[in-house]
Design a protein around this ligand. Sequence first.
Ligand code: SAH
Length: 348
Amino acid sequence: MTLLQDFSLSELTDFLTANYQVKPFVAKQIFAWLYKSADFDAMTDVSKTLREQLSASCVAVSAKIVKTLSSQTDGTQKFLFELQDGNVVEGVLMSYKYGNTLCVSSQVGCRMGCKFCASTLGGLVRNLSAGEILGQVLAVNALKEGKERHVTNIVLMGSGEPLDNFDNVVKFLRLVSAPEGINVSLRNVSLSTCGIVPKIRELAQMDLPVNLTLSLHNPDNEERKQIMPVANAYSVEETMDACRYYFERTGRRINVEYTLIDGQNDSYAHALKLASLLRGMSAHVNVIALNPVKETGLKGTSEKNLKRFLQYLEKQGVSATRRRTMGQDIEGACGQLRRRYLEEKNGN
Ligand code: SAH
């Protein structure tokens, strides 16, 4: 099956002309429907014969919302998207004063093996295609009829490691920012990585002004190896060098994610080491308490210690804020909703 949301307008036009002898204006109509996340039967200005032909070998909607949870406290919504092969991934929509941020997934599962993360527990199932990442955005936009730009900001922070699915993620970035599509400014898009150094450097060279977020979680190499296997491949020093390079090339300030795990990375010594690692760098630290995942046995830092850690950083002159935890009542961390859904489906 060909996923039509994988195509740019010109690729779609070429594909439809070559395979179905479709005129360019019809391709344009179909493209508009795809961006409304409409299935073939809704494409009322396209001939029935063509719609039938297309539905036999193509997929119009690459990510369908099959479950929605809404937070009672802050309006955050969690979505479970079903892909055409039956796999599911999750996304979160958060509303802020300046707009709506959607967190999307880039892979089904993940192979990075971070000890605190639910997404990686079952390993990597498969990469998402560019259209499947885009499809999550289009499906959420379609919830607000007539508002194709309901989602104003996007973070690649759902399940998966975006830099482990590099080509498809880069293609997604091009599709989502294309003027003939939804034209989201890449300055409003953030890509979060556990730190695949050569890929950070490669991304820096692509002239895509996307914000880079580094999931650091520990400034000490040996300790970081205990929670993030990627640290065996790249030291924190090499990783920060790649981030500095990213900043030089793109002018985008680096965001550093720091998830506090009780008794593991929340001491004064950790704050000092983190500060010295970031000295002279244009970076901002987002501090968050670990969202406990039952399978991991790890505990989040207490409220008191989180505040203390933030004060340590401030004293060192590090720009740092606490990342607001939203939608706590609807499902905790990254990958947990999908796991629960699969467990329920399998009758566990
Ligand atoms: N693979 C990418 C993006 C997906 S994870 C990355 O590593 O950045 C998105 C963010 O959520 C990362 O910062 C990750 O470390 C963090 N995260 C994962 N599980 C978490 C949990 N249980 N509590 C708090 N943050 C978590």
